[in-house]
Design a protein around this ligand. Structure first.
Ligand code: BG6
Ligand code: MG
Length: 229
């Protein structure tokens, strides 16, 4: 008689995803580069420089926290009033750059993915730290593709706190487990994971270690792939 083997099959139940929460800068549009340029210009005016590697730590972090980090790298101490003046100066340069943006600066695959998610009945929210998101969405013609906008004007904490994504899930009336977050920042990946969501990292595995999947851009993503997360 042949030997009987007992297989212990473990069934894992996946929660089907109902919503996607997108970071803006560096995921949908290439504005991460503009942030870097403007901060670098400010640091150079103050007499120091910082590297691209240091810049990774600024991604996803709100304006004032970013400036505090930069001043720390330059060994400078400033009062809150001085910090506000410098942050405003950087923002003026940054806003000048984003005001000149055109729809063709949308990153490859972004518009296509947003469209196919809509067609598939998946809800879409923005989850960005930026207070300038409305200018960018207007300039690139993407505003109508979002069911909810959560940005730096409505959150009180900075990523890696999950607030920005939890608010998005709440507005879309879905649970965190039903959401997939798209992020290019280490702090943003951490925020999504802290919120109990699946996270697709946009960038490299080396930097975005905690993401569930890492791709170089939204053009690499299919809905089928998202279903398997
Ligand atoms: C995030 C960027 O999306 O927004 C950060 O990754 C930036 O680099 C933050 O500091 C705040 O942006 P803003 O436009 O309000 O200065
Ligand atoms: Mg980003």
């Amino acid at each position: 008689m042949p030997e009987l083997t007992t297989y212990n099959l473990q069934h894992t139940t996946k929660t089907p995803f109902k919503a996607c929460l997108f970071d803006l800068d560096g995921v949908i549009v290439d504005t991460a580069v503009y942030h870097y340029k403007a901060w670098k210009k400010l640091a150079n005016e103050l007499g120091f420089d910082f590297t691209e590697e240091q810049n990774e730590h600024l991604k996803g972090i709100n304006r004032i926290k970013s400036l505090q980090l930069i001043l720390g790298w330059g060994g400078l101490e400033m009062s809150d009033a001085e910090i506000q003046v410098l942050a405003t100066r950087k923002n003026e340069w940054y806003v000048e750059m984003i005001n000149a943006m055109e729809p063709n600066e949308i990153l490859p695959g972004s518009k296509e993915l947003l469209h196919s998610l809509r067609v598939a009945g998946i809800k879409i929210a923005l989850g960005s730290a930026s207070k300038n998101s409305s200018i960018i969405l207007k300039k690139t013609g993407l505003a109508d593709l979002f069911d909810a906008i959560v940005d730096g004007n409505v959150v009180s904490t900075s990523k890696p706190d999950p607030e920005v994504f939890l608010k998005g899930a709440e507005l879309l009336n879905v649970t965190p487990q039903e959401c997939i977050v798209f992020e290019d920042a280490v702090s943003g990946v951490q925020a999504g994971k802290a919120g109990g969501m699946k996270v697709v990292g946009i960038g490299t595995q080396e930097i975005l270690k905690d993401a569930d999947l890492v791709v170089s851009g939204l053009h690499e993503i299919t809905i089928e792939q998202l279903k398997s997360l």
